[in-house]
Design a protein around this ligand. Structure first.
Ligand code: GAR
Length: 189
């Protein structure tokens, strides 16, 4: 049995999609969802989906070993950042080498780095009149958005697409590819 821990900060639509993808797979379990937002919609989703969820605040994440201790006790095969918007502390990266992956809602190295998350990314893509955007699934290392790329997928944009239409297109790619890529990484393919 392979186990996954997910991190999320907001709506959690990717979390729900991943949970549903693995629901009937007896080789994979989603052991816990960790969130830094007490009011995040992802917590309601976890309730409905019967998934364990834990909230942590900034102090416990950056100034204590609280989250590290939780992760060590869960001992996951893979930690998946599914819409998690805080930088991962070095201690976690060092303790889980090559075991943390992230999804970024753009084609890295474009539209990556500090401040580039969620709708900010899609607004920047719109401002630059990009003809395409996409997703990047990558390992997390000490440099924000710079770990080795596992998978990218693209989608064409129309000049009339608004930032929220761009976000919708990107979400569709995320729902299609993220669970499959997680499965491949878990199975060592
Ligand atoms: C997703 O589009 C994900 O790629 C993005 O946040 C969104 C979360 O949506 N992640 C980042 O921007 C990370 N830098 P969701 O809460 O509906 O899954």
């Amino acid at each position: 049995m392979k186990s996954i821990v997910l991190f999320a900060s907001g709506s959690g639509s990717n979390v729900e999609n991943i949970v549903k993808y693995f629901q009937n797979n007896s080789d994979v379990s989603i052991d816990c969802v960790l969130t830094n937002k007490k009011e995040a919609k992802v917590l309601e989703r976890c309730d409905r989906l019967n998934i364990n969820a834990l909230y942590f605040n900034k102090h416990s994440f950056y100034q204590s070993d609280c989250v590290l201790n939780v992760l060590e006790s869960l001992n996951p095969d893979l930690i998946v950042l599914a819409g998690f918007l805080w930088k991962i502390p070095q201690t976690l990266i060092h303790n889980f080498p090559n075991k943390i992956i992230n999804i970024h809602p753009a084609l890295l190295p474009k539209y990556g780095g500090k401040g580039m998350y969620g709708m900010h990314v899609h607004e920047a893509v719109k401002l630059n009149n990009e003809g395409e955007t996409g997703i990047t699934i990558h390992y997390v290392n000490e440099n924000y958005d710079e770990g080795a790329i596992i998978k990218q997928a693209k989608v064409a944009l129309a000049p009339s697409d608004s930032p929220s239409e761009i976000a919708n297109k990107v979400h569709q790619l995320e729902y299609e590819y993220f669970p499959k890529v997680i499965e491949q990484v878990l199975m060592g393919e």
